[in-house]
Design a protein around this ligand. Structure first.
Ligand code: HPA
Length: 279
């Protein structure tokens, strides 16, 4: 069933959050599968369960906590989504958009999004960080857009552009930090599928052929909403597994993804902290 949220609904979520903290976050952070420990490091933090914020989705996936954490990281006021909502859990794209719009109304001007992703590019290795250069909105091409429905002019235009969806300056800064810290990194194109199943070998060959370097089940709807609202975006994919694309190749599983995320967590944290120090 279609559902759309009004500006009033976003304002209800914002009011519930503002009742708990006077801090005005400048940066929004979304932490993907197994990458949530960074949220524990936020100073002077107010933690609000998604369940206690009107209209917020309650995340159900293992490795996702489902809390909004507002506080200071590297001295910068941040709002962190510790765990995110995925379309495959049954949430509408509109509800995913509502979480981003809430961060925008709270004051965030930059969104840093992390995710766990499977490496499609043959040169990619598990444990590498991919700085997202661009994305392919495959689920959007199939009709699933967070911006579908009446346009909320208060946030952005009906037909937002998606050139430079991933801020070139933030990409360059992330690259420099990774180099300096000797974190193995790549720069590439992320593609979003609905999931929750992993890809068939034929899927993998297709995704590679159309120009994707890494595949996951999130991020793109959030980035589109953030860009619609005028936020600058940095996307970081933790490569948790590689995809062979040959019949008989290894099948990824969620435990493997969470295992690799343990190595990736500190690497992503280093990059995120470095970016925050520069803002
Ligand atoms: N495919 C899709 N999503 C993922 C993968 C994958 O191999 N790894 C982590 N998220």
């Amino acid at each position: 069933m279609d559902e759309f949220f009004t500006v009033d609904a976003v304002e209800e979520a914002v009011s519930a959050i503002k009742a708990q903290t006077a801090l005005e976050p400048r940066v929004g952070l979304i932490l993907g599968s197994g990458l949530s420990p960074l949220a524990e490091a936020v100073n002077d933090a107010v933690r609000i369960r998604f369940a206690d914020i009107p209209h917020f989705p309650v995340s159900t996936v293992k490795g996702h906590q489902g809390r909004l954490v507002i506080g200071l990281l590297e001295g910068v006021p941040v709002v962190v989504m510790q765990g995110r909502a995925h379309y495959y859990e049954g949430y509408s794209m509109a509800r995913i958009a509502l979480t981003i719009r809430t961060m925008a109304l709270l004051g965030a001007q930059v969104l840093i999004v992390t995710n766990a992703a499977g490496g499609l590019n043959h040169t990619y290795r598990t444990g590498e960080v991919m700085v997202v250069r661009d994305h392919i909105n495959l689920i959007g091409m199939a009709g699933l857009s967070p911006l579908r429905g009446p346009n909320l002019e208060a946030f952005g235009p009906r037909f937002p552009g998606m050139n430079d969806a991933y801020d070139p300056q933030l990409q360059e800064a992330a690259r420099a930090i990774a180099l300096e810290a000797r974190i193995p990194f790549q720069q590439g194109v992320y593609i979003c599928l609905a999931g929750p199943n992993f890809e068939t070998p034929a899927d993998v060959r297709f995704l590679r052929a159309i120009g994707a370097d890494a595949v996951g089940m999130s991020t793109v709807p959030e980035v589109i909403t953030a860009r619609h609202s005028g936020l600058r975006v940095l996307g970081l994919s933790g490569i948790t597994n590689t995809l062979a694309g040959e019949a008989g190749g290894p099948t990824p599983d969620h435990e493997e993804v969470l295992e690799a995320a343990k190595i990736l967590g500190p690497r992503l944290e280093t990059i995120i902290r470095g970016i925050l120090r520069q803002l």
